[in-house]
Design a protein around this ligand. Sequence first.
Ligand SMILES: [Zn+2]
Length: 486
Amino acid sequence: MPAFEPVIGLEIHAQLLTATKIFCGCSARFGAEPNTALCPVCLGLPGALPVLNRRAVELATRAALAMGCEVHPRSIFARKNYFYPDLPKGYQISQYDQPLATGGAMVFTAGGRAVRVGLTRIHMEEDAGKSLHEGYADSARSTHLDFNRAGVPLIEIVTEPDLRSAADAAEAFSRVREVLVAIGVNDGNMEEGSLRCDANVSVRPEGQRAFGVKTELKNLNSFRHVKNALEFEIDRHVKARQEGTPIVQETRLFDPATGRTTVMRTKEEADDYRYFPEPDLPPLVVDAAWIESIRRVLPELPEARRVRFAAQYQLPDYDAGVLTQSMALADYFERVAAAAGNAKAASNWVMGELTRKLNETRGAIEQAPLAPDALGELIALIDKGSITGPVAKEVFEKMYASGRRAAEIVDAEGLARIDDPAAIDRTVSEVLAAHAATVAEYRGGKTKSFGFLVGQVMKATAGKADPARVNEAVRRYLGDPSGPRT
Ligand SMILES: [Zn+2]
């Protein structure tokens, strides 16, 4: 029996972060009362005329440029005709044979391998309304319709069938999301449906070039669903091939509760939609200078930043990955590193104490009450030996709560590191004298007591004594009975 290779392509729908809809001035905001953001245009009333939202074109262009696509100077809106209760016009305005952008690719590393997913196209279209099947007194027998989403601008990103595993497909979706969020095109909110993924999958015997019959999995709204749905579906295809059962080209839905996919409808062909150019909209013409002006202000993308962080700051890949999860976090880290003059320490503090504190307060990095240069100053104080590690954590808490600077807190509260050998010797003698029994145990061979005794001395100095000197002084005391006693 030959081994089978999965062939996967994605179709990702992303709502554009515009204030208003794509062809009218209605609000595109999520969460309004049902059917309150409507007008004759997005309701599809006869005679209403669409006017294209310039900002939507700008955001779609930005996404296309970020993913390396060619943005075409002229593209055409087309009517995609089909009936669905949440589609009041009876057609969706989309782009068909002349989309806004073609080509491009997502390139990333996953598990140490380089993965490249070519993009077929990025086109613009309008979203449909929403059918509400739950939450109403008569939901058992009626479906309610909310048209607020009808006309919200979307891009559809269609990839080439370049993916060869469910895990890579989920990773590719996650990388697309990361880019769209980083460039401010989409909010990445899959729960609210502003980012959705369909996947096309087939299998073929390894070494064969021709594709198998594909099925389409609709509306996968999390990375895990993409992975689980594809794993189930690949398995189903392989079993069918092994048993000689034909695979039907169809659209299927994934049920996260059972982990299975079921038939939604048999696949329609493009012919079924009777596409034709939208007569109410002129061709979309974008000039080269405008495209360049959008390209010029693209920020550094997360994958590039990850690579730069590892190289420029000598950070482990893990750190570079965590710190570039959001643009704001990466920006914050870079400012801490600059102020601290110690990138690895900056990374540890941002990923450690700062993230812990933000999680505790459910705060976002954008609202962190601690300025990055202030955290950098704290790290510099530790590096200079002005304060100890334990004291630094205490100072950090105080900075976070009060907004005061590190040096000010250290001065005002007498938290500077104690380096004076005589003072340290004195404390060691006092503390060890008070723990004579433990000292005796240590001398009797229980070497584990050493750490406890050092801990007691540090505690007696409220963590301020130089730990290296304390260590040395305790060792001296224990090793030499005539040592530093007062
Ligand atoms: Zn409207």
